[in-house]
Design a protein around this ligand. Structure first.
Ligand code: ZN
Length: 368
């Protein structure tokens, strides 16, 4: 091989300075095998592109070299066979090379994309279909798995932070008598101990007020809230325990945790799609609000009712206490108010189906 004149990188040496058929420019060379980058001199001669760097000399057939379309203010990129690439600031030299090879002539990147719009549109549709399928099937499955493997300590921390937020924003101190609270707390502790699990079960009494009303709801780690209004609506402690058994069911099936992951997943995804990654960090702060505002799925309610129904059958031989208080809640809450209800009647419609389910559990339990 003839020894080509070694071009000086600092000189303004390019195509126009060389004999026709020869072109030379400085570039950064990536060999495609390692992340190392080397300063290199590139010489185009005939149908060969020669890369020279310290201790390296590689030649490529010009036919295998792809010149990336120009992007504003970016280095020009040449893709070489074997994943190697060259990057250069010498736009004049690359333009000359393009002219010689008849490539990218008068074609900006935008024009190239536009000329391929049917393909771009098809890919966009593909991406949207993928996202839709993922949201429909993939995300709930992932959220379920994530919920099951979340350490109890994490849920306990989430509980204590959420309690603080809920108390400042939604609930007021309870005026249920300490004696009544203590009795219900003991019954709840027995119920929770019976059902078990790595949870920190505790029962908190609060006044619901206009916003929350007669209700009960559970946080992921085992903290269960019951409102004065619900205690007032109940005709017996059994009814309250039926409701609490339902809430314990939500805890044990980790419904709240699943809900959180599903909502976080969505928010994260939209943040990323919108290019707003920083908002993902603020999602954590929103956990209490959506725990309170978004109801569980019908499936989750059925599961919690199933648990409560079985427990009531074992304990009292009937599911009536839960049925009775549910009916009273349905009568009390008009459809307009329904939307404010957190858990017990949040997943409307379906109250009648829930009552029928509880009746079916009782019928099955009484069958010989
Ligand atoms: Zn529920």
């Amino acid at each position: 091989m003839t020894q080509p004149s070694t071009p000086d990188r600092d000189s303004d040496l390019n195509f126009s300075d060389l004999t026709p058929g020869e072109l030379s420019f400085g570039a950064v060379y990536f060999d495609g095998l390692t992340s190392r980058q080397r300063q290199a001199e590139v010489q185009v001669s005939g149908q060969t592109l020669l890369v020279r760097s310290e201790g390296l000399e590689a030649s490529y057939p010009l036919g295998g070299v792809r010149i990336e379309p120009p992007l504003a203010r970016l280095r020009r990129v040449l893709k070489l066979p074997g994943n190697a690439r060259l990057e250069t600031d010498d736009r004049r030299a690359i333009a000359a090379l393009e002219r010689r090879l008849g490539r990218n002539a008068g074609l900006s990147l935008v024009q190239r994309l536009e000329s391929r719009w049917p393909i771009a549109l098809a890919s966009l549709v593909g991406v949207l279909v993928f996202i839709a399928l993922f949201l429909q099937y993939g995300l709930p499955a992932l959220a379920g798995v994530a919920a099951q493997i979340t350490p109890p300590a994490v849920m306990a921390t989430l509980d204590s932070q959420t309690v603080r937020a809920i108390d400042t924003q939604y609930l007021k101190p309870s005026s249920v008598s300490p004696a009544r609270q203590e009795k219900l707390r003991q019954d709840f502790a027995a119920l929770a101990a019976e059902r078990g699990g790595p949870y920190t079960f505790r029962l908190l009494f609060r006044k619901g007020g206009a916003l929350v009303g007669a209700n009960a709801f559970a946080l992921p780690g085992g903290t269960v809230f019951v409102t004065d209004e619900l205690v007032g609506l109940a005709k017996s402690d059994r009814e309250i325990l039926g409701v609490l058994a339902h809430e314990v069911g939500h805890v044990q099936h980790r419904h709240a945790m699943r809900q959180i992951y599903q909502s976080l997943g969505l928010t994260l995804m939209f943040s990323v799609v919108a290019g707003d990654v920083t908002s993902a960090a603020s999602v954590a702060a929103a956990v209490p609000a959506f725990l309170l505002s978004s109801g569980y799925s019908r499936q989750a309610e059925t599961q919690a009712d199933d648990d409560a129904g079985r427990w009531l059958m074992k304990r009292y031989g009937t599911t009536r206490p839960l049925q009775d208080i549910l009916k009273r809640l349905i009568e009390q809450d008009g459809p307009v108010q329904r939307s404010r209800v957190m858990d017990l009647l949040a997943s409307h419609p379906g109250e009648q189906a829930r009552l029928a389910h509880l009746q079916a559990i009782e019928a099955a339990g009484k069958a010989p």
